[in-house]
Design a protein around this ligand. Structure first.
Ligand code: HEC
Length: 121
């Protein structure tokens, strides 16, 4: 019984630790982010739903963390134009990030009925 109790205590402490040490990203306003996505023409290359297009990568449900996102948008590596803090403030980047997080990720082929039919069973 004693060991069970202390095991439970360890589990509780561990989950508290994860909650405290994990997500510390500042809150963003996804609604404002959506407007910025349109105003700043992100959609032009990345698609209206962030799905990606001929020119830009898929950025819906973006896998980057907030820091990496900010770094990338400020100093992109490839063909993307840089958005300096004269164009987008840090808060606006946070809002954009929050918006991208609300967009659904791509479905797996097995979740699309027609593609699922084509799979070998
Ligand atoms: C002129 C086209 C264009 C515009 C406008 C544009 N991007 Fe991009 N973006 C790209 C391209 C192309 C890439 C792929 C890598 C590269 O070439 O820079 C990219 C990559 C990214 C990435 C990295 C994706 C990853 O998974 O590594 C992020 C994040 C991103 N864009 C966000 C934005 C945001 C936010 C905006 C609007 C403020 C924006 N982009 C506007 C073309 C564009």
């Amino acid at each position: 019984m004693r060991t069970l109790l202390s095991l439970a205590a360890v589990a509780v402490l561990a989950s508290v630790g994860v909650a405290a040490g994990g997500q510390t990203a500042p809150e963003g306003n996804a609604r404002n982010g959506r407007q910025l996505f349109e105003q700043q023409n992100c959609y032009y290359c990345h698609g209206t739903a962030g799905q990606g297009g001929r020119d830009g990568a898929r950025i819906a449900a973006i896998p980057l963390n907030a820091q990496a996102f900010n770094r990338y948008v400020r100093r992109p590596a490839g063909a993307m134009p840089a958005f300096t803090d004269k164009i987008l403030s840090d808060q606006e980047l946070t809002d954009l990030y929050a918006y991208l997080k609300t967009l659904p990720a791509a479905k797996a082929p097995k979740d699309i009925p027609l593609l699922d039919q084509l799979r070998e069973k």
